[in-house]
Design a protein around this ligand. Structure first.
Ligand code: MG
Length: 281
């Protein structure tokens, strides 16, 4: 199954994606959110007859983030081998985990607002894991599968000056408003093999990142199991699983995003999202 939220900001409705159409399911569930997922929203929709529900053509409406207000956005750093090399980092012995403010999450095609005076705003395509069921102290990576709702595209926008040169935790460079475009839809695990997917990011039509999730250092099930050892995961929580080679930071000299740039972020089998970089007003 593929699910999405469509409509204007703050008025999004939950939908199931079927071919070129959205089937609105707001008569069955109020939203895709932590509360509704915990109350069994997916099971309810999966068991329902959707044939008579209203439909909306793809492309005719704004797409919201596929989860309304996730309670957490957790990120894995340095999780692609070629990206570790380009950042001159050592291969981590355990997953590098950090968080970003959850209200950075915006619709997949919403604008990225470049912070005032920023000269080091960077792009990071990532496969996002979306949690479907509470996970805490899982016994093994194999146990992770039943806690995963699905996968979607995340753009983990990063301000490198605040991330790397202002000391302390990376959260500083990751939490500016609009810094996490997410979507366009969540694809459930029965419909995709997340361990072998091409993922890419282009800026103004020039391909910058073009890799495959088979280059991940720590696998997706390992990450969920690992995080559950020290944090409770809830339905709708987002885990950005890491970015591959080709970020602006890795160029010599670095090449960062500018106002007016168009960023396209894609993952095979999920889709492609488009972000325009705009000035803060
Ligand atoms: Mg990242």
């Amino acid at each position: 199954m593929r699910i999405a939220r469509i409509g204007e900001v703050g008025k999004e409705k939950p939908a199931v994606v079927l071919g070129d159409e959205y089937i609105l399911v707001d008569s069955l569930v109020s939203d895709w959110s932590r509360a509704t997922l915990e109350a069994g929203a997916m099971e309810k929709v999966a068991a329902a007859d959707l044939a008579s529900l209203p439909r909306v053509a793809k492309g005719s409406t704004r797409i919201g983030s596929p989860i309304n207000r996730p309670s957490k956005v957790i990120c894995v750093g340095l999780n692609y081998l070629a990206h570790i090399k380009e950042t001159n980092s050592e291969t981590p012995k355990e997953p590098v985990i950090f968080m970003k403010a959850p209200d950075t999450v915006v619709g997949p095609n919403d604008d990225i607002v470049i912070p005032p005076n920023s000269t080091a705003t960077d792009y990071e395509v990532e496969l996002a894991i979306v949690i479907g069921k509470r996970a805490l102290y899982l016994n093994s990576p194999e146990d992770s599968a039943k806690h995963i709702l699905g996968y979607t595209i995340s753009q983990d926008v990063s301000e490198r000056y605040w991330q790397l040169e202002r000391s302390g935790q990376w959260v500083k460079g990751k939490s500016f408003p609009t810094f996490n475009p997410l979507g366009p839809e969540i694809v459930t695990p029965d419909a995709i093999d997340p361990n072998n997917l091409r993922l890419w990011c282009s800026v103004n039509g020039v391909m910058k990142q073009d890799s495959n999730t088979d280059d991940l250092l720590f696998g997706l099930h390992h990450i969920v199991w690992y995080i559950s050892q020290f944090m409770e995961l809830f339905p709708g929580d987002i885990i950005n699983s890491g970015t591959p080679f080709g970020v602006g930071l890795g160029f010599k000299p670095p090449v960062y995003l500018a106002i007016g740039d168009t960023v396209k972020t894609g993952i095979e089998g999920i889709g492609e999202i488009t972000s325009n970089c705009v000035a803060y007003k």
